[in-house]
Design a protein around this ligand. Structure first.
Ligand code: SF4
Length: 424
């Protein structure tokens, strides 16, 4: 009989794999957990606690499952992840969770599960001693403070006793603070890195070596500058594993690289030490005014230079754009179209996304702009020919739902760095 179930999904797989590593490292026996992607299995097991982790884009599906769990079990429902962190009141009052975990989860999950086991899975005042929780105590909303984990590398990327593995998070936090992005507000503006010996040790368990980082070429630096020696030391240390037959993917799925970090020196390292011959970078717009407005801290010139360098080194550029940005006019969209055309003519790939206002970001309450007829036709034509990838069509609808959600349930989001300022 399992007292605690973990509701794994394709999207929270990496997060839970890492949290299992953290739980085990702190002495929790993860063998007693029901870990499954099969919701029916959880229903059948009737656990005392079910743990969820999800993004705001997923709340409508999560809400359905919560309803079914409430009707059929007495389980305590715990939510973690970006939505619970940014909108804890909505998570409790409207999604129906009993506890929201707020912030970095490694220590919260261990302390919370240990306490719930001791208290026979009841909500008690002892929850007040755990930082990073929101819940109702005697009908009063209670928040115990944002949970920060200064040294996330105290915890291994996966559990020794489990076969579950995921790309390793090698760096956490980002100093750039793009206004549409949740990362710095949840993970901090200071970039922290997993030591090389740990990365090598755990990479041995992977067949294809893949990593999670907001900016793969910033490894070893405070985040906004390049530390070439440290980057090379990491890639070099992974070579014996490549020689044993593993492939090394760096700066591509599931991570990416900022355009201004694409330089001959970094590309030479990639060619020498990694197996991927494509790199993902964020351009986001072809209009420098829009780049300034969203606080990207790079220009279109940086992106152009990055694409040119990549082509020179025979590396395929995969370039992300966001369309429908707040206050984006037809002229801005025309500039993005021209820039996308230029990238495609050069032989690069474009991925297009529609702007989605995410809670806990400075642009949470900003409105997406409609796509011009020219942009709609262009994206449609290019997608039909297979030149542009991306789910902007689905995201237009999702963006409307997010906007309605934030308008109706807006709450000031707890964050790593203090109040998130609204900037439109
Ligand atoms: S979009 Fe990338 S560079 Fe910008 S804040 Fe988020 S993680 Fe950092």
């Amino acid at each position: 009989m399992h007292g605690i179930a973990i509701r794994m999904t394709r999207r929270n797989h990496n997060a839970f794999v890492h949290l299992l590593g953290a739980l085990e490292a702190q002495g929790f026996d993860i063998g007693e957990l029901l870990i499954t992607k099969d919701f029916a299995e959880i229903l059948k097991a009737r656990p005392k606690v079910v743990l969820y982790s999800f993004f705001t884009e997923e709340i409508w599906d999560v809400q359905e499952e919560v309803k079914i769990l409430k009707e059929n079990t007495n389980a305590l429902l715990v939510a973690g992840g970006y939505h619970a962190t940014a909108m804890p009141k909505h998570t409790l009052n409207h999604l129906g969770f009993d506890i929201a975990a707020i912030g970095e989860g490694e220590e919260i999950i261990f302390q919370l599960l240990s306490l719930l086991k001791r208290s026979d899975f009841r909500l008690t005042r002892d929850l007040l001693n755990i930082q990073g929780l929101a819940f109702y105590l005697n009908d009063e909303f209670t928040f115990t403070g944002f949970a920060r984990v200064d040294d996330f590398t105290k915890f291994p990327p996966f559990a020794e006793s489990s076969r579950l593995i995921a790309p390793i998070e090698i760096s956490r936090g980002c100093p750039f603070g793009c206004y549409y992005c949740q990362t710095p507000y949840v993970k901090g503006f200071r970039m922290r890195h997993r030591p090389i010996d740990q990365i090598v040790k755990y990479s041995k368990r992977m067949k294809d070596m893949r990593y999670i980082t907001p900016n793969a070429f910033a490894y070893g630096s405070p985040g906004a500058i390049l530390n070439l020696n440290k980057l090379e030391a990491l890639l070099k240390a992974l070579q014996p594993l490549r020689e044993e037959g593993r492939r090394l993917f760096y700066g591509t799925f599931p991570s990416e690289v900022r355009p201004e970090f694409i330089k001959p020196e970094t590309l030479e390292l990639l060619l020498k030490y990694a197996d991927n011959r494509r790199l993902a970078i964020g351009a986001q717009s072809g209009d420098d005014d829009m780049l300034r407005a969203m606080h990207r801290v790079h220009t279109t010139e940086h992106v152009k230079q990055a694409v040119e360098y990549m082509l020179e080194y025979d590396i395929e550029p995969v370039v992300d754009f966001i369309v429908g940005l707040p206050n984006e006019n037809e002229e801005s969209q025309r500039k993005s179209i021209e820039f996308m055309k230029w990238i495609m003519r050069k032989g690069g790939k474009v991925r297009a996304h529609y702007f989605m206002p995410l809670p806990g970001t400075p642009w949470a309450r900003c409105k997406p702009s409609p796509l011009s007829e020219e942009m709609k036709k262009f994206l449609g034509r290019m997608a039909a020919k297979g030149y542009i990838e991306g789910s902007w069509g689905v995201q237009i609808e999702l963006s409307k739902k997010l906007q309605r959600l934030i308008e109706e349930f807006y709450e000031v989001s707890p964050s790593y760095v203090g109040e998130v300022k609204k900037i439109c």
